[in-house]
Design a protein around this ligand. Structure first.
Ligand code: ATP
Length: 257
């Protein structure tokens, strides 16, 4: 299932300032960025530098105080099912089964019962949760809940996946496994991914392109393609000299103002 249409993501002179009860916070400095369809862009940066703000602007949860966010020819002004968001916490509906959670998007767009079932079977299979379709979310481990959240987003067939530190709360082994699963799913889907993380290792492992943001107000201070092939992942890659060298190259950029 290759995403069709023009889903190029463009941020043009985008800045964001939060106006709260206290002093205003300039979260993002004006920045410009284009993400081509099918790219996996991983953004890494220090805590509070504006990564989530940037993702929420692309999602349409926030409107920039300066500049324009666009997908294809359309200016982003609200959330859309074409941009699926995976949050750090799975936020599954606890009173619904795993299957019903995954069927939610298709149900809201009034897909028929057979179609909903087909989509849920397909995406629960893809994330390895077929046997847990009838379980309640609280019967799943944290990693399984994240897989269910990913299946729920995929069931909407978004052209763009926005992932906000989805594996940040998981133990290291589960995190490694889910990184491999996400990479496999992305590779087979043709979707664009924008992935936010604190971890340089995770960004370099998953991204086809890695961006580093400066401390707040966030700007992009580094933007390079990953210098190894898209399909090769696994323990051998993590230990490969070109992986280690690129990871150190990226790590050296963190904290750049
Ligand atoms: N709703 C809000 N109102 C006011 N300030 C906010 C709001 N949301 C975020 N901020 C501020 O904007 C800045 C950027 O926050 P953001 O969550 O985008 O950073 P982040 O890079 O995702 O951080 P972390 O990696 O710690 O999650 C921070 O200084 C934060 O305190």
């Amino acid at each position: 299932m290759i995403a069709t249409g023009d889903h190029r993501v463009v941020l043009d002179g985008v800045a964001h300032r939060y106006r709260g009860r206290g002093a205003d916070v300039q979260a993002l400095a004006p920045l410009s960025l284009a993400i081509e369809p099918g790219e996996f862009v991983a953004i890494v940066g220090p805590s509070g530098c504006g990564k989530t703000t940037l993702l929420q602007l692309v999602a349409g949860f926030l409107t920039p105080t300066e500049g324009v966010v666009a997908v294809g020819e359309e200016r982003v002004s609200a959330p859309s099912p074409e941009r699926g968001v995976v949050f750090q916490q799975a936020n599954l509906y606890p009173w619904m089964s795993v299957r019903a959670n995954v069927e939610l998007g298709p149900r809201l767009r009034r897909a028929g019962r057979a179609e909903r079932r087909r989509l849920a079977d397909r995406y629960l299979g893809l994330v390895g949760l077929s046997e847990f379709a009838d379980a309640a979310p609280y019967e799943l481990s944290g990693g399984m809940q994240q897989r269910c959240q990913i299946a729920r987003v995929l069931a909407n067939d978004p052209a763009i996946m926005l992932l906000d530190e989805p594996f940040g709360a998981l133990d290291a082994l589960t995190r490694d496994r889910l990184q491999d699963e996400l990479h496999r799913i992305w590779l087979g889907s043709g979707k664009t991914a924008l992935f936010i993380t604190h971890s340089v290792e995770e960004a370099v492992y998953l991204g086809t392109r890695v961006l580093v943001m400066s401390p707040r107000p966030g700007r992009i201070v580094f933007d390079e393609p990953v210098p190894f092939a898209t399909g090769e992942r696994g323990a051998a890659l993590r230990a490969a000299p070109e992986f280690v060298a690129f990871r150190e190259h990226v790590a050296a950029q963190i904290g750049r103002g």
